[in-house]
Design a protein around this ligand. Structure first.
Ligand code: ATP
Ligand code: MG
Length: 406
């Protein structure tokens, strides 16, 4: 960890303050006026260097969480193992302000091992850069001097369009196998190549992923499912044989059955198209989309109540991602309802009282996706499809109206 940082001035990095969240800038200037150092960090700098709009603006500083709490209103200190400050703004906006820290001596990070042991190992900006996962995620942007600060060779990797783990890839993956997933995610999203060393270690260490806690793996999959590039990331995970280590048998099926996987990719590109336009697809619906192609054969094979059949399939799949119980129940409900809708489109028989089920809207969209290969537009729904197929059969509304008249 020696060597000076590479500093890029404005003409070399092209980041404009105008693209930075005004509240984040205010926090940075205020910390600066109080005598602290404060940089934008992580995904925000990476995305701006790539000409993309960052999802959020995280700040790294030498101010301690307690000091941040003292100088700013609406600060919440979170995190058991490493304490961070969350500054709250209107409409639920939160800006994360983390104190520079270094990798702990044992090699364990806040990302692994025992999360209950408090461990505030503060460090310098350089140490903070080196504890991060990949080089392009470890750049700082100093808004006061309008410069990018690079300790780890991230700028060179951005130019080479390359994803490289900081330090020894094998070691960093053993410390925290989730980094394997992250490498693949950022390579897929940016369309970058994975550095040869890093790539070799993925193949060597991917079997460690199931050692990560199911809750953490769930956090990671939630990030991918709420982002507009799900298709690219899932395809990358499959290419590297990671899916089976995350979603068990569902992943193994996608890795070994190209037709089934092609169907999933078609669904995901439909969903990504919506997300890219600013539509927020609920997590239960995205998860149902993710699992439908894998479970579809069960719907043709079995008759009767699909709930227990799907429940068993999830248990037997031995997923390492821990889907919270309530979410799993919602996903199963969406899948069951969508299955019923598909059947109704074939035989004209639908129990319209199902419209009252909370997951009905998500199921209606999934059914449309299964039939049409894309999510429905404003005027489209399962009911439209049903009316087109069976114009003479009354739908829920007409049945109810008739009943009222009787
Ligand atoms: P995005 O939020 O757009 O997916 P991001 O880079 O902001 O991308 P986060 O998961 O929000 O990703 O993490 C913020 C930063 O924290 C990363 O940019 C990286 O520097 C660091 N980081 C996150 N996870 C790890 C990890 N497992 N090991 C080391 N550093 C990590
Ligand atoms: Mg982020």
């Amino acid at each position: 960890m020696t060597g000076e940082a590479v500093i890029l001035k404005k003409p070399e990095h092209g980041i404009s303050r105008r693209n930075i969240d005004a509240d984040a800038l205010r926090i940075i200037y205020r910390l600066h006026s109080l005598g602290f150092t404060a940089y934008l960090t992580g995904g925000a700098v990476r995305d701006m260097m790539l000409g993309k709009t960052p999802k959020d603006f995280d700040i790294a500083t030498d101010a301690r969480p307690g000091q941040i709490k003292k100088y700013f209103p609406r600060v919440f200190i979170i995190g058991r193992r490493f304490r961070l400050a969350h500054i709250h703004f209107r409409e639920g906006k939160i800006i994360e302000v983390a104190t520079f820290r270094r990798q702990s001596g044992s090699g364990a990070t806040e990302f692994s091992a025992d999360r209950n042991v408090p461990e505030n190992i503060y460090g310098s900006p350089r140490e903070d850069a080196f504890r991060r996962d990949i080089t392009i995620n470890a750049l700082f942007y100093d808004a006061v001097t309008a410069s990018v600060i690079d300790y780890v060779g991230g700028v060179a990797d951005l130019r080479l369009r390359r994803i490289r783990v900081i330090g020894d890839a094998g070691e960093r993956f053993r410390e925290d196998p989730v980094r394997i997933w992250r490498v693949i995610r950022y390579a897929a999203r940016a369309g970058f190549a994975i550095d040869a060393d890093t790539e070799r270690e993925i193949a060597g260490q991917r079997h460690l992923l199931p050692q990560c806690s199911g809750a953490r793996l769930f956090e990671e999959i939630s990030k991918d499912l709420s982002h507009a590039e799900t298709r690219l990331v899932i395809a990358g995970l499959r290419e590297h044989g990671i899916l089976r280590h995350i979603i068990g048998r569902a992943g193994a099926e996608y890795e070994t059955n190209p037709a089934c996987f092609a169907r999933l990719l078609q669904f995901l590109s439909g969903a990504d198209g919506e997300t890219a336009q600013g539509v927020r697809i609920p997590l239960d619906e995205m998860a149902a989309i993710l699992f439908w192609p894998w479970l579809e054969p069960l719907f043709t094979a079995a008759a009767g109540d699909m709930h227990p059949i799907l429940k068993n399939a999830f248990v037997a799949a031995e997923m390492n991602v821990n889907l919270p119980k309530s979410l799993r129940a919602q996903v199963i409900e969406i899948l069951v309802l969508a299955g019923r809708m598909i059947r109704a489109l074939r035989n004209g028989r639908m129990r319209w009282s199902l419209r009252g089920r909370p997951q009905y809207p998500q199921a209606s969209r999934l059914c449309f996706m299964i039939e049409k290969g894309r999510l429905p537009g404003n005027e489209e729904s399962f009911e439209n499809l049903f009316r087109q197929a069976f114009p003479q059969i009354p739908t829920w509304d007409r049945q109810r109206r008739r009943r009222r008249r009787e």
